[in-house]
Design a protein around this ligand. Sequence first.
Ligand code: ADP
Ligand code: MG
Length: 490
Amino acid sequence: MATAAFPELDPTKESILVENLLQWSLANGLVIYPPDFKSYQPVSAPVTLFPTPFPKVAFNDADDVQLLFNELYAKVSSDLEFLSEIIDDLAKFDSGFTGKLWEIFLKAKKIGISQPLSLGIFRSDYMVNEIEGLKPQIKQIEFNTVSVSFGGLSTKVGELHRYLNNHGDYDIGEGTNKYYDEQDLPISESITKLSEGLADGNYYYNGCVSNNKTVVLVVVQHKERNVFDQRLLEYALLANHGVKSIRLTLSEIDSKTYIDSQTKKLYIKSTNDEVSVVYFRSGYAPNDFQDEQDWENRLTLETSKAIKAPTLLTQLAGAKKIQQILTDEVILKKFLKEKDESNFQQLLDTFVSIYPLDDSERGKQAKKLAFEKPGNFVLKPQREGGGNNIYKDDIPVFLQSIPEKDWAGYILMELIHPHNYKNKIIRDGKIYDEPIISELGRFGTIVFNQETGEVLSNKNSGWLLRSKFESSNEGGVAAGFGCVDSVVLK
Ligand code: ADP
Ligand code: MG
């Protein structure tokens, strides 16, 4: 075990380290496109200079609870009655997006859902509460059910930090060449495991046969910058499972695919390839839908026979409102009837207080807290993808700026305070030296029958560490606040 969290390197050694880090990143695909890019000009992805210390017990706890979370959200998205009641309400507060997703689902249901199977590619995000003398505890930030990212770059950044350690770039010249013990530097298996999840979808689509004639359709954003993160999964899908993938934007669906009206099978026009899985890396934010045709195209995909990752219901199950409702023990228990008490407790232990802002008793309590102690909270609307939350003292001002009847569209969540570290962030070749805090994501994949709730396959699929300056509220990597990181277990 290293003596201090990070080696103290002299300036000459540090600049060699940075150069080695950048060249490894460019040579190995730890890259993204910058804003306004040309297709041949990716840059090294923002990363930390060193791996960040992370408590081993917390790292393992997040692993242990992942299959339960996968199953919980599969059960929730299979319970139409439960979802209808909540989403119907939520749709009123956010008619432009949640309401639209719900409307498209209802249309699809009317037309007929021809594929009962659903593929969940999930990521559960945590920060660690570390209190002197107590066991470090993972606390859930959010559960993501659509378009979860950085599974590709996560494996790469772990490999990068391990390479730098093995190469002696962290060496402070005290005998051993490697600053960190290699067994404390795990590498996330997310590339292998997430692509395996897609292959599982392909397998179940084909009636439990490994068929490499059918393809995965990856629905991508126009001008996506995080292409390589996605590509790494696609390359592994082909290399390890022989399954090809095709990338299209939502706007291209009507012109470049067609559906057989009898079988409802989805095909790619140019090749006549049959699509087994539609993997959404788009469609999670209002901007992903440019016009009515894009919504039509989302509907087409939902009614096709291809397995969706995720279906509209699974996507909606990831609403922050649902996360808040699931912190209610009675409701949580309803979904975990067959699980024993210890499983139930495992999930509960990851929750912090999350309040509704409605007319219920808890809602009234929350309305008081939001004005009396805003510094303890973050206010979240029903949105994904970063940059939407309202923090601390901005909460009262914000709430006063909108009608009180609209407050019920938000949830009020207790802030988690993880330990900070003096790691450094490398972005655009420059070193940023400010305290950082980290968020651990655990990936999971699950194939389930959305009509019956039956689970066919449920897997752990690796992890991700993202870090950001402690001074910034949000941690968006592409938005310029955060970066990908890896752990050194402590
Ligand atoms: P999004 O769907 O936009 O990713 P999140 O709920 O993940 O929304 O919040 C965005 C970011 O805000 C998180 O990555 C984290 O950095 C910060 N954050 C959210 N909730 C909390 C919390 N309860 N305590 C501390 N930080 C939080
Ligand atoms: Mg998030």
